[in-house]
Structure formats: C-alpha cells, structure tokens
Design a protein around this ligand. Structure first.
Ligand code: ZN
Length: 152
C-alpha cells in the first residue's frame, strides 16, 4: 500500500501530455482496394492521401469522429509495411497517440523504460512529427507518438 501511494505521487508530479488516440494504422496490400472498404465502413472518402518516401509507404486517412484511420501500403519491397504483411498478413499495424510535446514525452517514456525506435522525432504523414516505441516494450503493440506541426 505504501509503495502504491509513493508511486502515485511520483506519477502525478510528471508532465504527461498524452492527449488521445490520434489514429490507428492498418497495413494493407492494396490501398486502392482498402480505400473502398473503409469508405463503405465509415461512410466517407479519405480526406487525404500521401506518399511518405522516407518510410516507404503510401497512406490514406479517414476521419471517424475525432479519431482517424490511417491505411498503409508498402511503396517498395524493403518497406517496414511489406515486412509486416509478410510476417503477419494485413491488419492493425500501430496505435498513434497525440502528444502536445513530443520531445518531453519521448524523454519521459525513455525514463519509464520504453525502447524508442528513433532518437529524434521525424516528419511523418499528415503534417506530424512522429516517434515510435518498440512493440516489445508495449505488449506487442507498435506505438506512435505524434505532434501536429504548427503551420505559421
Ligand atoms: Zn501512423
């Protein structure tokens, strides 16, 4: 009991800026085919399609309330998405959390013992700075942190 009380105080003293689930990333073999399926499921067309060359992915984004679905197709055979599909088939690839300060959140999670896949935030799709946590540090789930890039 004493330990729990101490732990609680410790946590509440930290600046935690996890805001919400921003999107769920789904690995697909064909984004053209998957767009049709998700358009039928969600009742609206993707609001954005974008190629992220650095990640080897073709993406499209759907809105569902305040959350989004990101479809990802590999744009080359070396893409992490190609490897994921080879190993697991199509399906949920990652969960992305919106954070208000990605640098402080990366630092906090590193101190909590999570394994960061990139040491610096990088430019991701949909106008975001992103960083990933290794699935083996989050019960098999690839976790993305993302922060909206301010357009001035
Ligand atoms: Zn994502």
């Amino acid at each position: 009991m004493k330990f729990n009380a101490i732990k609680f105080v410790f946590l509440s003293n930290q600046l935690i800026n996890m805001e919400k689930i921003e999107h769920i990333g789904i690995a697909v073999k064909s984004i053209v085919e998957a767009n049709k399926i998700y358009e039928a499921l969600l009742g609206s067309a993707p609001y954005k399609s974008e190629k992220v060359e650095s990640e080897g992915v073709e993406t499209s984004f759907f809105r569902c309330g305040e959350s989004k679905i990101e479809l990802l197709e590999a744009s080359n055979p070396e893409s992490p998405i190609a490897k994921f599909i080879e190993k697991n088939g199509e399906g949920i690839h990652h969960i992305a959390f919106a954070v208000s300060d990605i640098l402080s959140e990366m630092e906090r999670l590193k101190n909590e013992g999570f394994i960061l896949l990139n040491e610096e935030p990088k430019k991701g799709a949909d106008n975001k700075l992103v960083a990933f946590l290794h699935p083996k540090s989050a019960n098999g789930v690839l976790v993305e942190l993302c922060q909206e890039i301010e357009n001035n």
